[in-house]
Write a protein that binds this ligand. Structure first.
Ligand SMILES: [Zn+2]
Length: 289
């Protein structure tokens, strides 16, 4: 740029009047610099405006998200509180059942009343919720163990109940009861270890409890004898039968047909000799009616 002065011509369209401006070089330089500065400034302002606007949008979105998360958390907490209330009810029920079943366990006693209105500390809600979830998982494990124990206990009770002899094995007339009596064979006083139930030969004889047939064979004195092992130390004897309907090793239920009344062995007439033994000690069948 060597010229000292520049001329700016402005020619409006459809007119012959031409405007001309004489511009010294310095002035032109100033104008150009001013233009560049103005453009830069405008660009910076525009950028700033756009960015600020974006930030605002982002902030609003984050705020909304935060709000959403807070209400989600609140719902979660409410759900958790509901679950905890149910857990408390469950442990109270559990404790009642344990009392009824006379089962004792210190931890489960300690669990009774655990729960109550939960208070969530808002300063650290998420870890608090996590803590509560862990706590509940432990509770649930304990409850499961307890339930299994109760179930096992009830099963034992049930099998024990069905293992204890109950009632008479045959329909008939009680002709001789448990205790000392004069032997119909020797005329001497002798202990009678069971009940004699007189009935017609062939009358069905039923097991008085669940068990396994441990003997179904002819034995001196007893004649055709069935012995049923019920577990828990209980055994029942059914003597003088005419017929067997079971074999050694058969699993039977209370009320199952096992034999027919007869007059085999040392017997003075058709009857079933019935004994209840525990740990091989004869017990009075009267106590098992
Ligand atoms: Zn007898």
């Amino acid at each position: 740029m060597a010229a000292k002065k520049y001329t700016l011509l402005i020619i409006p369209e459809g007119s012959h009047r031409v405007r001309r401006y004489a511009l010294p070089r310095k002035k032109l330089q100033c104008i150009l610099v001013a233009c560049v500065l103005a453009a830069t400034g405008l660009f910076a302002m525009t950028t700033d405006y756009v960015l600020t606007n974006l930030d605002q949008t982002e902030l609003a979105r984050l705020r909304e998200e935060n709000q959403q998360q807070r209400s989600d958390l609140q719902r979660l907490v409410a759900g958790l509180e509901g679950l905890q209330r149910e857990m408390t009810l469950l442990s109270q029920n559990d404790a009642k059942v344990r009392v009824m079943a006379q089962l004792t366990r210190s931890e489960s006693d300690a669990l009774v009343g655990v729960g109550g209105p939960p208070e969530i500390d808002n300063s650290d809600s998420f870890s608090e919720v996590q803590r509560r979830i862990d706590e509940m998982r432990r509770d649930i494990d304990m409850r499961r163990e307890s339930q299994e124990e109760i179930q096992g206990f009830l099963n034992d009770q049930r099998s024990m109940l069905s293992a204890i002899p109950e009632g008479l094995p045959a329909k008939g007339w009680l002709t001789s009861s448990f205790g000392m009596r004069t032997s119909p064979f020797t005329g001497k006083r002798k202990f009678h270890e069971g009940f004699d139930i007189a009935a017609r030969t062939g009358t069905p004889v039923y097991a008085t409890a669940d068990g396994v047939v441990s003997k179904a064979e002819t034995v001196p004195g007893y004649g055709k004898l069935v012995v049923v092992d019920h577990g828990y130390g209980y055994r029942t004897y059914y003597g003088h039968n005419s017929k067997f309907y079971v074999r050694t090793g058969d699993r039977i239920k209370r009320g199952d047909l096992i034999s027919a009344v007869g007059n085999t062995g040392r017997s003075t007439g058709s009857h079933v000799h019935y004994e209840v033994r525990r740990n091989d000690v004869p017990l009075n069948p009267k106590n098992f009616m």
